[in-house]
Write a protein that binds this ligand. Structure first.
Ligand SMILES: Cc1cc2nc3c(=O)[nH]c(=O)nc-3n(C[C@H](O)[C@H](O)[C@H](O)COP(=O)(O)OP(=O)(O)OC[C@H]3O[C@@H](n4cnc5c(N)ncnc54)[C@H](O)[C@@H]3O)c2cc1C
Length: 455
């Protein structure tokens, strides 16, 4: 590729803060709120888009507040977020589910509003429409980030930076070793979510409950669909029949998620293999392909799934959701074995309940590996192996390909974000690097905020 030389130039320092959180998705919102619990600290949250929420805004339910045994395993800041949503009538109960442990339907738009309320109450300074493009690293320590915006190229300096970008952008720019995908680099494919309205829900419920052989639901008993919110994962036979008749369906299972209104279904069925969200050409092609797939899937739903006959496309999500991209190599890299064996960690900073759920990189089906109980996540997954001044929370924390397929759900990302924000503020108060923080103090602070760490 042709290149040009960019001359060195002086950059304006827009802000100097104690804790800088980059990326306002589920992890980043929780990280900023937790860091700002120390009122002596200046905490800033920056985000490339014009709203906070990340994947909380694309029509997904929050999975696995409950664990495999039915008890609540994610509490703390994440539950407080839901409490605020409940107060607005903007979230469902945590509905138990055999496949997803639990689902909590949220109003994507109200998630943006609640994020603002949390930041205002916590005293976090929010800066939108800025994109982190580089880092300032001195003597092996991150000192700040370089941002680009309509105001040009500027710097924000910080004592600690928390990378909650999902893609590990800050860590990668700072030189932290990162991995992508399975042993062949294959990553779980992304999906453009879309919302159908005018769905006759009773017809769909009746089909699943009365004809379970035809409208199969994988591991979920048909009775789960009799009432309340649900996610379908199945109808494999319907898809096969449609494919035989020439319909172009990119998935093996029909994944439909009830919305908060009775006639709403969010559809999680477009899927573009081979997309790399860190490459704009690849991501752009993915958005283009997914948009075409959306109409193919809609045709299938209308012709093969009871209740969709008179439905219409209400809207598509603002962006195609990314399941997997970079993860850092941390002080500890969590594995699927840790999850399936429910390994105990002295430095546990979160508990999660979601199974290993790998959407195959090459498209089509999914591999699910269920755990008997919830599992702990150690502090080391937040701490890059080689660099100071930086924590990494959310789906880019240190996990292998299979483990991140479990910990990527939003309840867990929220718990990891809260842990990172808490560790950052305690490290600053104690005058140590986050890598040397007293984890027992972090655990106590998390428990004081009603987080769940035991099993
Ligand atoms: C299609 C799909 C279906 C899923 N289904 C579910 C589900 O049903 N339930 C569930 O709980 N989870 C689900 N997940 C997983 C979950 O949504 C994500 O793993 C989770 O949201 C990750 O949270 P995060 O905070 O790490 O990242 P994100 O939610 O991706 O947030 C990252 C934020 O950082 C910002 N950002 C990124 N780079 C920069 C930068 N350089 N500068 C400034 N800002 C930046 C982004 O704009 C974004 O707001 C699904 C994911 C996908 C894609």
């Amino acid at each position: 590729m042709k290149s040009i030389f960019e001359p060195a130039r002086e950059l304006k320092v827009r802000a100097e803060v104690d804790v800088l959180v980059v990326g306002a998705g589920p992890a980043g919102i929780m990280a900023a709120e937790a860091a700002a619990q120390d009122k002596n600290l200046k905490v800033m949250l920056i985000e490339q888009r014009g709203y906070m929420g990340g994947n909380l805004t694309i029509g997904l339910p929050i999975l696995s507040f409950l664990g495999p045994k039915g008890n609540q395993v994610v509490k703390g800041g994440a539950q407080k977020f839901i409490d605020r949503m409940w107060a607005k009538g903007a979230a469902s109960e945590h509905k138990p589910c055999k496949n997803h442990m639990s689902l909590t339907i949220i109003d994507p738009d109200q998630a943006k509003t609640v994020a603002w309320e949390i930041m205002d109450d916590a005293g976090v300074e929010v800066l939108l429409y800025v994109f982190v493009v580089d880092t300032i690293v001195e003597n092996g320590k991150v000192k700040g980030v370089v941002i680009e915006s309509k105001a040009g190229r500027e710097v924000i300096l910080a004592k600690t930076v928390i990378d909650c970008t999902g893609d590990g952008d800050v860590a990668f720019r700072a030189g932290v070793e990162c991995n992508k995908g399975d042993e062949n680099g294959g990553m779980q494919p992304p999906t453009l979510m879309f919302l159908m309205r005018g769905v006759e829900m009773q017809k769909l419920r009746d089909a699943i409950c009365l004809e379970p052989e035809k409208f199969d639901m994988d591991v979920m008993p048909p009775s789960q669909f009799r009432e309340g919110k649900f996610i379908t994962v199945g109808l494999r036979g319907r898809i096969l029949e449609a494919q035989q008749k020439g319909y172009n369906i990119p998935v093996a299972r029909t994944i439909l998620i009830t919305g908060l209104n009775d006639d709403e279904i969010w559809v999680n069925m477009t899927r573009v293999s081979g997309v790399d969200s860190t490459d704009p050409v690849s991501y752009t092609k993915g958005e283009h392909d997914a948009r075409k797939q959306m109409y193919d899937v809609m045709a299938y739903l209308k012709d093969f799934v009871p209740g969709f006959e008179n439905s219409w496309l209400e809207r598509s999500a603002a962006f195609m959701g990314i399941r997997e991209s970079r993860v850092i190599v941390g002080k500890y890299v969590m594995t699927a074995q840790d999850i399936l064996e429910q390994k105990r960690f002295d430095d546990a900073i979160a508990v999660a309940g979601y199974p290993v759920d790998i959407h195959h990189a090459k498209g089509g089906d999914c591999t699910m590996l269920f755990c008997e109980d919830a599992y702990q996540i150690p502090y080391g997954v937040l701490v890059p192996q080689t660099i100071e001044g930086l924590l990494v929370a959310g789906r880019c924390s240190a996990m292998d390909h299979e483990a991140m397929a479990a910990t990527r759900v939003m309840s867990t990302c929220m718990a990891l974000g809260e842990a990172a924000g808490t560790a950052a503020r305690i490290a600053i108060a104690d005058g140590v690097e986050p890598s040397a923080v007293d984890v027992a103090k972090v655990q106590k602070a998390l428990i004081d905020n009603d987080a769940y760490l035991a099993l």
